[in-house]
Design a protein around this ligand. Sequence first.
Ligand SMILES: [Zn+2]
Ligand SMILES: [Zn+2]
Length: 348
Amino acid sequence: MKVAYFTALRELEIRDAPDPKLDRPYDVLLRIDRVGVCGSDVHYYVNGRIGDQIVEYPATIGHECAGTVIEVGSAVEHLRPEDRVAVDPAMVCGQCDQCTAGRPNTCRKLQFMGCPGEAPGALAEYRVLPAENCFPIPSSMTLDQAVLCEPLSVGLHAVRLGRLASDMRIAVFGAGPIGLSVLLCAKANGPCGVYMTDLLDERLEVARQCGADWTGNARGDDVTAAITRQEPRGLDLAFECSGDPACIDRAQRLLTPGGTLVLVGIPPVEQVSFDPHIMRRKELTFKNVRRQIGCVAPVIQMIGQGQIDTAPLLTHRFSLAQIREAFELVAGYRDGVIKAVVDLSSGG
Ligand SMILES: [Zn+2]
Ligand SMILES: [Zn+2]
């Protein structure tokens, strides 16, 4: 089978590798049909690391995937060959203190697809995965929708963690795939007013298509002042999805006393600083999002019921042979890209 590898900084190669074999009763063999290019993949591509997670070359890539079941292990009950599935790329032990406390996303033995030193990446023609990581999708759903379930599940987890309630006024900083996922899940959750900022006008345009009530470009406009004029008492909740540490300050100024900042984005730096006194006087809460817990199945249901329209998210499609172009496009924020997907069923 063909497998994509990082071979050096900003270098990608397709190589031949042996087909994986199914030999454990609770696993399934999947044909990978779609892989989404995630911001975190691009961090590894451009910087070779995220914090202390460092790529050792050659390394496999990717975690956002959807596929078709080819073969199931003898103990697998909920899947059959030809089922199409969305994949939760986090493989957990189920037994450590974190797993038993209901925090599998911080499992001590977590193996995440495409994470340095963990499980093999998704950008391959076939992968063997635990059946519990594979969620069958209804016949009405497309593989393009299925591959978006992973970023959307992170958005849903963030919304749940922020305890978003009806009629709250919220901000989402960053209109990339994760910020838009937060927006879509927030709107599906019930009525709320969403203020959204980004540095790219074309992303703000997509945010409006996805239901944002107000958008502002943080590069030129004073978005903090503009939002404050409309919400003088402050916002209930803010979601940082851009990775820009300046958004922490912006959130502190915009939040109402007792408000919550949910940190979702990956900062490009090792240290950030913020004003502790605003945080103290307003008694703000900061919450961190580590991927997601149990949100893949609910997201499949929300898409199936039409509560989430995924159409504006998937903007570009590439074949496996074109992955370099896909990564360069996403790394350069070119051509209005939101989510680029590698379609392994297309040739070329
Ligand atoms: Zn991702
Ligand atoms: Zn565990």
